[in-house]
Design a protein around this ligand. Structure first.
Ligand code: SF4
Length: 293
């Protein structure tokens, strides 16, 4: 008998994977939705996943989590095994242990299509989507690329479905752990202002490196502790830098779009006013595809 093929779609809590779930709901009714929970997501993300679950009409499987909390394989479990070494863009153990391996275990030996939310406008020259799994039984599928869905299309899908955007989009542009090291400095300030309790928890993770003779700390941001980042003068500096970058970017976007024919003023300003667009375009570091899509 021919082996049944599974259809899998991983949610990150971000706009692209959420829009893909909405887009695929009626196209592939047998789709299995999953979320690799680190146990350290923003409250807005958990709320948004519940909303999405209601729209999809089926549960989103939460990987890493067990009804018995002692059996959870969440971020803290792995951090203990890594002896307090915080993950970083150089040593990204979190995506391997909390995202890729649990996903591969979930699939097992089954044949599966894995639906990935790379958009049509991300198909830049030389851009290769990072591999999520190298298992041969898992075949990636890129419906947004195939169907020409761009960032604008993603917003439209979310808006028209009534699902909308997760609330954290007001102050942060990416999903993922509240302490993610990929955060921009302005987003750390956002965390401090929106969730001071989570900022304090993030600070508690910054402990002295036991192998350092000079008392060096494991920190989330390179070269700066959260204690330093949260000083009023540093916050003012970060806010001023961000505002300037946003203003510059808005001008650049407006100038660029003004030169294109058939653009209405509303289209130009809607794009320029969106914090997500501005910061996404400004950012030159490729974030984690699995956590931030
Ligand atoms: S969101 Fe950031 S910290 Fe969390 S698992 Fe992903 S890369 Fe690691």
């Amino acid at each position: 008998m021919e082996q049944k093929v599974r259809h899998l779609l991983g949610l990150s809590g971000g706009k692209d994977s959420s829009a893909l779930a909405v887009y695929m709901r009626d196209r592939v009714p047998e789709m299995e939705y999953f979320f690799s929970d680190t146990g350290k997501e923003l409250p807005e993300t958990y709320e948004f996943l519940n909303k999405l679950e209601a729209f999809l009409g089926k549960p989103i499987v939460r990987l890493n989590m067990d009804p018995d909390p002692n059996k959870n394989r969440d971020f803290d479990h792995w951090l203990t095994l890594y002896k307090g070494l915080l993950p970083s863009s150089q040593v990204r153990w979190c995506t391997v242990d909390l995202k890729i391996k649990p996903f591969e275990e979930y699939v097992g030996k089954d044949r599966a299509y894995h639906y990935i939310a790379i958009r049509a406008d991300e198909d830049r020259v030389g851009y290769k989507p990072p591999k999520i799994s190298s298992l041969h039984n898992i075949e990636p599928k890129y419906p947004f690329k195939e169907d020409g869905i761009t960032k604008e299309g993603v917003y439209r899908i979310l808006e028209e479905s009534g699902v909308g955007l997760p609330d954290y989009y007001n102050w942060r542009t990416r999903s993922g752990c509240y302490f993610c090291f990929f955060q921009r400095k302005s987003e750390w300030v956002g965390l401090l202002e929106q969730h001071p309790d989570l900022f304090e928890l993030a600070k508690e993770y910054e402990k002295p490196n036991p192998h350092s003779k000079t008392g060096e700390l494991f920190t989330w941001c390179q070269g700066e502790s959260l204690e330093e980042l949260s000083k009023p003068e540093r916050i003012a500096e970060i806010k001023a830098n961000t505002e300037k970058a946003i203003e510059d970017k808005k001008k650049a976007i407006a100038e660029k779009k003004m030169t294109k024919p058939n653009q209405t003023l509303m289209q130009i300003f809607t794009a320029a006013e969106t914090l997500t667009e501005v910061l996404d375009d400004e950012d030159d570091e490729e974030p984690c595809l699995i956590c931030h899509k």
